[in-house]
Design a protein around this ligand. Structure first.
Ligand code: PXG
Length: 289
């Protein structure tokens, strides 16, 4: 495997960054997780647009055009002979002095890792997943807007550890007001009485690329879309529940906090959304070759 760092490809063992990189020292940077399906990069434009918005939010001037970044992504896939894979695109503030100020970092670094990822065991996509609510709250937008896909994942990692400690793969994170925000690396959706419900971004949800796809296909399936505040009560009493993410794709949830969701089996609408999602990823995208 070869990793792209600032204009060159390095073998995995030699793909290293400086300990003075502020991405490492302070988590000062942003990233995207992108999928490659059948030789096509899924929703590349959307990912790059979100990257640009994250960059703007942290006042990081990207010294590359969108086209140049897109080329880095595609070239990383070709270099590694990938047809299907997972791409981690990272922009860090770059090398600087000790001290928080980004002013000591003259140029940002760009890193692209093209590899494979499996987030949850394959069986869970057919049996459905059981999750719990974490005590750790999603960071408030007043502290750090959760829409920024930053290199600061400690908030989510603390929640993820709670899930794992209790024997679960994933957990719901509530926002500081107690409304459902999202899971640690996935957005959450409910289906109730013919409506598709999901927290709005201001409730603490990342504006997920897969979330957008789920909204599109649900609308095509005739569901009414509703971005609204959701409580745990709403989740427990939903007909169906599923999570979306670039790595997770669309995964059914059958139990939350010990409460069975719907029939206790992956729901029929969830199955149709998953099916439409799979069709979309196999025919859309930016060709790498
Ligand atoms: N919420 C959070 C906090 C995320 O980090 C999502 C929602 C889903 O967004 P997308 O755009 O992917 O539909 C994410 C994305 C990983 C991993 O390594 C995590 C994500 C994406 C890819 C890999 O666990 N999170």
């Amino acid at each position: 495997m070869e990793v792209y760092i600032d204009g060159k490809f390095y073998p995995k063992a030699d793909a290293k960054v400086s300990v003075f990189d502020h991405g490492f020292l302070y988590g000062d940077g942003i990233f995207e997780g992108i999928r490659l399906y059948e030789g096509n990069v899924f929703r590349l434009e959307e990912h790059l647009e979100r990257l640009e918005m994250s960059a703007k939010a942290i006042m990081l001037q990207l010294p590359w055009t969108r086209k140049e970044i897109a080329d880095v992504v595609c070239e990383s896939c070709r270099r590694n002979n990938l047809t299907d894979g997972y791409i981690r695109l990272i922009i860090s503030r770059g090398v600087g002095d000790l001290g928080l100020s980004p002013k000591t970092c003259p140029k940002p670094s760009i890193i692209c890792i093209a590899d494979k990822i499996t987030l949850y065991p394959e069986a869970l996509y057919t049996t459905g997943m059981k999750i719990i609510t974490a005590a750790t709250r999603r960071i408030s937008p007043a502290a750090l807007p959760p829409m920024i896909k930053s290199l600061n994942y400690l908030n989510n990692i603390l929640a993820k550890m709670e899930a794992l400690q209790h024997g679960y793969h994933e957990c719901i994170m509530l926002n500081d007001q107690g409304y459902v925000a999202e899971c640690t690396g996935d957005n959450i959706f409910l289906i109730h009485k013919g409506r598709l419900l999901t927290p709005a971004s201001h409730a603490g949800a990342l504006i997920g690329i897969t979330r957008q796809v789920a909204l599109e296909v649900a609308e095509q399936l005739g569901l009414k879309l509703c971005e609204t505040n959701l409580t745990r009560y709403d989740v427990w009493n939903a007909d169906e529940c599923f999570l979306t993410g670039t790595a997770a794709e669309v995964i059914p949830v059958i139990e939350v906090d010990g409460r069975t969701i719907g029939s206790g089996k992956p729901g029929p609408m969830t199955a149709r959304i998953l099916e439409s999602f799979r069709k979309k990823v196999s025919k859309e995208g930016t060709r790498i070759r």
